[in-house]
Design a protein around this ligand. Structure first.
Ligand code: NAD
Length: 261
């Protein structure tokens, strides 16, 4: 299955978790990969895994909250690999606590990464794709928390993910005339370091031992198991391919049935 042969994909937050799975899946589909992350060692190790699959890969240390760095990322990607066909704005962070007690600095920090960082990534990706012509695929990390109000002391995070759904819809309308599809993935409970943080920090606020909140949350998933990053990368592979050419502005749940709208 090489439906992305000849394509180039940029993945932010690609050093671990969902971003790593997306990088490897798009590479298996035939794309060359640019892995960008704050964590350069992690990004380099994923780039090495991509090369082992027979694709070209470059790793870049990028803070998505810094627009100049994001612009440089897309300039390097196009300069070194020829073009950018697919951009995955995946980098995101979590802040745990009741919204009414959230410090302004934490509120600002999560908005900087999850909303402004995603917007910067979309801006640079769109400008590159418009300049080269021929359309493109912009894919954003939202969440089931972007569809419903949040439990587990993740209210600020939920607000940012609702904003990502908003970016997806408006940008899809803005970029449709360029044949650039803009869609978002909305995962549920994915077994990554982000959920380890929720388990640890939100669990502590309600008196749970480590592991208990994750176990409780995943046992309530209708499909009966916690999600793995590959459940998400399967959907991203579809969004990145021509099979999704008539879809834009969609925020699609991949939650094991947790959320249905
Ligand atoms: P993770 O914490 O395991 O990985 C996130 C990666 O993003 C890390 O490598 C981190 O270094 C990088 N990153 C953080 N801030 C950055 C910045 N400013 N610039 C560049 N890179 C930065 O998280 P994950 O679980 O793999 O989540 C990936 C995306 O999916 C996030 O946007 C997250 O909100 C979303 N998501 C996760 C879940 C889940 O259950 N894990 C559910 C729904 C949505």
């Amino acid at each position: 299955m090489n439906r992305l042969n000849g394509k180039v994909a940029v993945v932010t937050g690609g050093a671990r978790g969902i971003g790593r799975a997306i990088s490897l899946r798009l590479a298996r589909d035939g794309a060359d990969i640019v892995t960008a992350d704050l964590n350069l060692a992690g990004a380099e190790s994923v780039a090495e895994e991509v090369r082992a699959l027979g694709r070209s890969a470059i790793a870049r240390q990028v803070d998505v909250t810094d627009e100049a760095q994001v612009e440089g990322l897309f300039a390097d990607a196009a300069g070194e690999l020829g073009q950018v066909d697919i951009a995955v704005a995946n980098a995101g962070i979590m802040v745990i606590g009741p919204m009414i007690d959230t410090a302004v600095a934490d509120w600002q920090r999560i908005f900087d990464v999850n909303v402004t960082g995603v917007w910067f990534t979309c801006k640079s990706a769109a400008k590159q794709m418009i300049a080269q012509g021929g359309g493109g695929k912009i894919i954003l990390a939202a969440s089931q928390a972007g569809k419903v109000g949040s439990t587990r002391f993740t209210g600020a995070y939920s607000v940012t993910k609702h904003a990502v759904v908003g970016i997806t819809r408006s940008l899809a309308l803005e970029l449709a005339k360029h044949q650039i599809n803009v869609n978002a993935y909305c995962p549920g409970i994915v077994d990554t370091e982000m959920w380890d943080q929720i388990d640890r920090e939100a669990g502590a606020l309600i008196g749970y031992k480590v592991g208990e909140l994750k176990e409780l949350a995943s046992s309530a998933v209708p499909l009966g198991r916690i999600q793995v990053p590959e459940d998400v990368s399967n959907l991203v592979s579809f969004f990145a391919s021509s099979d999704s050419d008539y879809m834009t502005g969609q925020a699609v749940n991949v939650t094991g049935g947790n959320v249905m709208h």
